[in-house]
Design a protein around this ligand. Sequence first.
Ligand code: GLC
Length: 418
Amino acid sequence: MDKPSTDTELDRRAISILRENEWGDYTLPTRGLYPYQWNWDSMFVALGFSEFDLDRAWTEVETLFQGQWKNGMAAHIVFRSDDPSYFPGPSIWSSGQNPPTSGCSQPLVAATVVRDLYEKDREVGLPRLQKVFPKLLMAWHRWFHAMRVISGGSAIAVTHPWESGRDNSPDWDEALANVDPYGVTPYMRRDTGHVDPSMRPTDEEYDRYLKLVEYGRETGWDHAHITREGPFAVADPGVSFILMRADRDLKELAKAIDAQDSEKEIDTWLYHAEEAADYLWSESQGAYAARDMRTDEHADGVSSVAFLSYYAGISIPRRDAKLQRTLRRILNSARYSLPSFDPEHRKFDSKRYWRGPIWAIVNYIVARGLAEYGFERESERIRLDTRAVIRKYGFFEYFDPMEGRGAGGNQFTWTAAI
Ligand code: GLC
């Protein structure tokens, strides 16, 4: 029953995928390909659960923080076992944490999701919010603002493409080309045993991903050092805009529990929001674009996360006119929206992971921001296209924006959640 024909069937199928992928108190992104708890996956999952089981939704959030580091970082993967079908597993990362985790973070959607859960039922939510707020949300936000900016700057850097959640986006190509993969310890990929290699990152990219893991491990996961001096630091519109939005939502949560000192601290972060957006803006591309913090060069193409500025609460009229033009051009160049990378760019690849395919979670946050700023038509188009490809092809990990066909893993949890 992979291609439901009515909305009710579609909902029913989505709920059963969430239930089938539950693994105790957390949920796997999909069975086989991703056998652990992933950070931002889990937060979208919580949003999905909140539609029919609010208690389970809060639990999903709480389990993510079992993998929180003392320095505040919530890691991108929490390993509670060692599954040989996945690479790179806990022994490669050597995080020294219990439970073992990876050594980087992922886009911080948590505060926004927690606010949504809290708003659904404040009475149920209050005690759970009080528990997650200080240690979990504040400490993790603080970690990003302290550890992932380069002195004087305000945009948030990722120090590994995996930290962006958009592994092989063309946004990283130039910066990644400067990572020397020489001497990387020989390894065997597992992802290409689960999924067609033409849909996954290349071996050249993988060597560099692993080299960056080895670098981090050799520093003993000293994140200040990695950001300041490591081989890779790129300001990411995705992570930056998602964090800005999360900061604003965290501030509302601080008000709800009367945490005035936290409110003040959050204001100091938000004070730099426009400056961060300035750093990312590329006039020549008419969009926000990733920027290599080592060279100050912008990436030379537009990714879907460029349009998260609205979600982040950033609207600068003279820029927005250009940004809207770029958005319309991209919407018109694909049959289904929203392609993760500009279809008119030479690097566009409709099937390869983050180099073109549609991702339901990104569609959801981009559309949410657009709707909040009154761009109903664009927002609706993205929402309806997301539903159309899922209905036609099933709950895949991602979709080809030209043909609509699903690709990567199937019965995918976050697609079901959205
Ligand atoms: C891939 C995606 C990442 C996601 C993970 C689990 O690595 O790029 O964003 O969190 O899979 O679904």
